[in-house]
Design a binder for this molecule. Structure first.
Ligand SMILES: C[S@@+](CC[C@H](N)C(=O)[O-])C[C@H]1O[C@@H](n2cnc3c(N)ncnc32)[C@H](O)[C@@H]1O
Length: 250
């Protein structure tokens, strides 16, 4: 079991219970009550293991995120509902066309780390020119880029088959967990992702010199392959002692 107050950042991208075929044996079609009971259990565990000021990010569709938020509001401090532009979907029944996913950002009390990130100035992919004119104040922009807002337009294509690195895995673009990690942690902090999938969070953490731990109930080969490809020199090394210290016998 992971100790209380031992983790700096949790990034969670759970199954959404939409009957999706994860191709790994996971049954994504629980009864709704059972699904949310399970979610509230792991959300509580995330809050328990986070250090004071530690950050929880949860990626979800809005109908699920709103329930997660209602639950988390009682046990953690709300920071942001980050809207991630979603392309390539279709409207269902009498609903509006869904154009965003939610990335909930909560902390255990006041955040212990908050790094302001900047993003590059958006360029038209056809003509290569900047898309906006910034009301004539382009010269006043910080050369390091624009302040990151709570609306991320550049995180798509998220799960389009054509862009997937590992077909068959429901993986996120690495930008998503990477930004969450960079916003809320410093080097040598510990990141936990309970739903490993294709390992995008682990890659983002390793790339940015954060320690990481994770779990995946089903096929871990996608994670292993990713880490082998990205970090061939680190694979097989004994994990740092610090990582053993966060576990305690139940
Ligand atoms: C949406 S995917 C995560 C994708 C990941 N964020 C990425 O970018 O590669 C959710 C994953 O959670 C796994 N999963 C489902 N229930 C789990 C559980 N109880 N413990 C650990 N992993 C679980 C599924 O097998 C699936 O691979």
């Amino acid at each position: 079991m992971i100790k209380d107050r031992s983790i700096d950042c949790v990034f969670a991208d759970p199954p959404f219970n939409l009957g999706k075929d994860y191709k790994n044996g996971y049954k994504d079609n629980l009864d709704d009550n059972e699904y949310f009971r399970w979610c509230y259990r792991w959300l509580s565990e995330c809050a328990r293991i986070l250090k004071p000021g530690g950050a929880l990010f949860v990626y979800a569709i809005p109908s699920i995120a709103i329930k997660f938020g209602a639950f988390l509001n009682d046990i953690m401090t709300f920071r942001h509902w980050i809207a991630l532009s979603m392309k390539g979907t279709y409207s269902r029944g009498n609903k509006l066309y869904p154009a965003h996913y939610a990335l909930l950002y909560y902390t255990n009390g006041e955040p212990k780390t908050f790094n302001r990130l900047r993003t590059s100035i958006p360029i038209c992919r056809h003509c290569g020119k900047e898309i906006k004119d910034y009301g004539g104040h382009r010269d006043k922009l910080n050369p390091a880029g624009l302040n990151l807002t709570d609306f991320w337009e550049d995180t798509s294509p998220n799960r389009h088959r054509k862009f997937k690195v590992r077909p068959g895995v429901n993986e996120l673009k690495i930008t998503i967990p990477e930004r969450a990690i960079l916003i809320s942690t410093e080097e040598d902090d510990i990141v936990f992702d309970p739903f490993g999938g294709g390992g995008s969070t682990y890659q983002a953490a390793e790339k940015n010199n954060r320690y990481w731990i994770g779990s995946e109930l089903y096929d871990c080969n996608h994670i292993k392959n990713r880490l082998n490809e990205e970090f061939p020199l680190s694979i097989g090394l004994k994990p740092d002692k610090l990582l053993f210290d966060i576990f305690v016998e139940e």
